[in-house]
Design a binder for this molecule. Structure first.
Ligand code: AHR
Length: 495
């Protein structure tokens, strides 16, 4: 393959990277909560019932923010069911996933977990079967000082001080007919506006995520977003985007070119935000919150069949999926000026980087890519000029073989590069126009024998991050030799 050159300049900055783009999502779905983060009966359980092994793995992902409790689950959830003495909490039939919910894990348990792992909590209120007032009351429970009805429920639960939950989602995927309480845009906008006003009246410091159209394939895409943004106006700090991508067609080159579609979704959504801002003649800009994203298509089991903690959508991830996950991160970094929050869906067992089986735990291919990126999230995202060979995806259009993003952290430069070629190595030259690359440190790579290679219980370490030394610094730049199908994270020193 001909060489690719990546041209950078430390003055050409997209924006400061918001670390919250490395967030996660914990839903009461399948075995994400129960048998995932929380399993009092496990030999790994700590005194609160949290699984130490899972928490240890999650700590490595350094997720700054976690969305909870759903997802579709949120649209049938009544937060009062999950507070107070555990023995008095109701067991309920959960309709989003046809499961049994015992409510043994609720608001206090989630917030305790957030403190343990240094996560910023992001709560999704129920705007499906719940009311704007119930949402307002939850803000009071979490954030108001003691002395009023809902805040005192928190005090009774053992938390005298407010939790200060800063981020709240106004419902979930409300344009989807599958959603409990699904309504047309105008009706959702009224609910969201009423809830937003009261929630902010309880705590002026909170930020709100308006529910955007749940996918580019939806007939409501863009119209929904324009209407709800217009009606909810300045109360919306962010609007949500969701994206699950797949390789059902078995077309790996096109699957790896999906980065074009992700870039496009971000740019279209930002365009709606800017359009509505201009129409409203408002100084306030709504930013993007990509609060569900991942690869998901191999396991579509979504019927819990009346069980507690059923095995639902326990997707197995391979090497090509790891490249696509890197592609999502590259796209978020390239759009650091508009994407301020993103949450991989989900964090354990359910379409997740971590799986449990009894007391065992497995780290999937995407775990290792996530870890390589999250370690390097501090700094400013740089603009990129890529000059090199590419190919045409069947549906996703033309892409370079080398997908990339870059973060400048003082005199350190982090460059993320994937080689999408299935068969050929990609020679890469990195040139920083206004300074020299003088050293390389901490270079890592995730690769494997073929696109479908994955970690399994029998072979848990087939796809891991390994030190990468095919990097040569000289003449002020760097030369890298990327093997086929790989993701590399390279840290350089600049002078
Ligand atoms: O993450 C799984 C589900 O996907 C979420 O609950 C829902 O919001 C989306 O459709």
């Amino acid at each position: 393959m001909d060489a690719t050159t990546l041209h950078l300049h430390t003055g050409f900055v997209v924006d400061e990277v918001d670390p919250r783009i490395f967030g996660g999502f914990l839903e009461h779905m399948g075995r994400c909560v129960y048998e995932g983060v929380f399993e009092p009966g496990s030999s790994h359980a700590d005194e609160h019932g949290f699984r130490r092994d899972v928490l240890g793995a999650l700590a490595r992902l350094e997720m700054p923010v976690i969305r909870y409790p759903g997802g579709n689950f949120a649209s049938g959830y009544h937060w009062r069911d999950g507070i107070g003495p555990k023995e008095a909490r109701p067991t309920v039939r959960e309709l989003a996933w046809q499961s049994i919910e015992t409510n043994q894990f609720g608001t206090e348990e989630f917030l305790q977990l957030c403190r343990k792992l240094d996560w910023t909590p992001m709560l999704s209120v129920n705007l499906g079967t719940g009311s704007p007032e119930e949402a307002r009351d939850w803000v009071e429970y979490c954030n108001a000082p003691a002395g009023t009805r809902n805040a005192d429920l928190r005090v009774e639960a053992g938390s005298p001080e407010p939790h200060g939950v800063p981020l709240w989602c106004l419902g979930n995927e409300m344009d989807g007919p599958w959603q409990l309480g699904h309504v047309p845009a105008a009706e959702y906008a009224i609910r969201a506006q009423q809830a937003a006003k009261m929630m902010k009246d309880v705590d002026r410091s909170i930020e709100l995520v308006l529910c955007g159209s749940c996918g580019v394939q939806m007939p409501t895409y863009m119209d929904w977003d324009q209407e709800v943004l217009g009606r909810v106006g300045g109360l919306a700090d962010y609007i949500s985007l969701h994206r699950y991508v797949d390789n059902r067609a078995g077309d790996t080159p096109d699957f790896l070119a999906v980065t074009n579609a992700i870039d496009r979704q971000i740019e279209e959504m930002d365009a709606v935000c800017r359009f509505v801002q201009a129409k409203r003649k408002s100084p306030k800009r709504a930013y993007l919150c990509f609060d569900e994203w991942n690869v998901w298509y191999k396991n579509m089991e979504m019927d819990g069949a009346g069980k507690h903690a059923p095995h639902l959508i326990e997707e197995r991830y391979n090497l090509e999926d790891a490249l696509v996950v890197a592609g999502f991160f590259n796209s978020f970094l390239r759009h650091a000026d508009v994407v301020k929050i993103a949450n991989i869906a989900q964090i354990v067992n359910v379409i997740a980087p971590i799986q449990t089986r009894g007391d065992e735990m497995l780290l999937q291919s995407i775990f290792h890519v996530f870890e390589m990126y999250t370690k390097r999230k501090q700094g400013k995202a740089l603009r990129l000029a890529v000059d090199g060979p590419g190919y045409d995806g069947t549906w996703n259009g033309h892409v370079h073989y080398v997908d990339t993003s870059a973060v400048l952290d003082g005199d350190r430069l982090h460059v993320f590069v994937s080689n999408r070629s299935l068969a050929e190595a990609a020679p890469l030259r990195i040139a920083v126009a206004d300074c020299d690359i003088v050293g390389a440190s901490q270079c890592e790579i995730v690769t494997g024998p073929d696109a479908k290679a994955e970690n399994s219980w029998e072979a848990p370490d087939r796809i891991v991050a390994e030190p990468f030394d095919d990097v040569r610094v000289g003449g002020g730049g760097a030369e890298v030799h990327l093997p086929p199908l790989c993701v590399a994270a390279l840290t350089f020193e600049l002078a």
